[in-house]
Design a protein. Structure first.
Length: 110
């Protein structure tokens, strides 16, 4: 089919087909507001929620404690001895450093 020439078109525009411009999108339609329901008393809900969460926490703690591999008495005594030795050695070292520094300061002061 041939393009029909309109009277107000120039010869250069006669061969071009009319292009349709896209429509601008409008704002989204607002949803109808649903009537709000009355919430139960907040204090009661909070208390029940706290009790429920506390029970759940205690269940999870018990479950995790079942997975723990507890050290034997021999391992406990050995690690305790290591800790005590390290503490004594650190105390002796810090005491020696304190003694040296205090004598140095006394020497400087006079």
């Amino acid at each position: 089919m041939k393009a029909v020439k309109r009277s107000d078109e120039t010869p250069a525009q006669a061969g071009k087909q009319d292009k349709v411009k896209p429509l601008k999108k409008s704002a989204p339609a607002r949803k109808a507001e649903t009537p709000k329901r009355k919430a139960p008393r907040k204090a009661q809900v909070t208390r029940l929620d706290f009790v429920r969460r506390a029970r759940q926490y205690l269940r999870e703690v018990a479950y995790e404690l079942k997975k723990v591999v507890w050290p034997s008495r021999k391992e406990t005594v050995a690690t305790t001895a290591v800790v005590l030795v390290v503490v004594v050695l650190a105390g002796l070292f810090l005491g020696f450093v304190d003694l040296v520094l205090s004598r140095f300061v006394r020497f400087l002061i006079g």
